[in-house]
Ligand binder design. Sequence first.
Ligand code: PHB
Length: 392
Amino acid sequence: MNRTTTEVAIVGAGPAGLMLAHLLQRAGIDSVAIDIRTREEIENTHRAGILEQDSVRLLVDSGVSDRVHRDGYRHDGIELAFGGAGHRIDFQGLVGASTQLYPQTDVFIDLADARVRDGGDVRFGVRDVSVADLTTDRPVMRFTDAEGVAHEVAAKVLVGSDGSRSICRHEFPEALRRQFFREYPFAWFGILCEAPPSSEELIYSHSDRGFALISQRTESLQRMYFQCDPREDVADWSDDRIWEELQSRVGANGYVLKEGAITSRTVLPFRSFVQEPLRHGNLVLAGDAAHTVPPTGAKGLNLALADVRVLAEELERHLRSGAADALDSYAERALQRVWRAQHFSYWMTTMLHRLPDASDFDVRRQVGELTSIVSSTAGSTYLAEGYTGWPS
Ligand code: PHB
């Protein structure tokens, strides 16, 4: 067993864990981050693609990425499509903010490159991960590295940023934790296709046949989704069948999609989840380990980055000034934003998707709600504020 020490041991080296390690290093705080996945596995998992303006700022100002401006696309609004037409929500005009289309996989690559550049200690492809002694002042993280060597890292604080299949969140004694869940009776069928963009901005499309989202990646690669049954089997969907479904959903609102070969198809489950508290002894949770949102509001990655921005600040207070309230203060500050984002994601989801047993009343009511949003400056501003990200 190889025994070492560090200040912060980070379980999970996705965007949350790596951004935390980066911010800590800038504050002069040592960390070790581990992940059971290899770097290649993480790079090849397609996730969402929209960054709030403060997420962009964090990546640029902390020295992670200038590529986000170069290779990303600034979006000054979205289209809300329903009732036969598109209605633009003008983020710049309403709240003076934009979002950036820049896929999570690129955020991860930039963060992983920055760790290599700055000599950070990150181990991918580890196994047998466990944490122990959480309520002592010397909690430990154990793992076997990719070469088969067993390690024990003693730290001052452990961070569980190990995603929606977190092992760390199960370390909270059942009597002390609460888990808040909401399941949805639908999922998204997501595709990547080789085609030019069909729209410059995202189209969120409500229709009688269900929701569809038209997103982009590059000049020649596009990302699109349509609402489907959670048990849908991708093998049942030929390219033709997928295009027919997508075209009919956006066609109802006056759009025509540019088609191309479909290179990836996945069913994405929908869930809202929060575990409280975020702290147990010297273990804290961040990102998807602590909470999951449905993808409709594009909040998942942004929320994870917001968590670790606050966590890095509070860890610095804790480790440098001995602030006794710092870890609880992190939990309280992070949870405020988490529940706002839970509401926003739930709201966007329920406003735009068709419930399997929806009555005509339900569908007309949704159109009434969407009309209220697009025909009122107050309504549109509410959406624009939430979508581009509340100030921290
Ligand atoms: C994406 O581009 O993958 C994307 C964009 C917006 C969302 C969800 C996913 O709300």
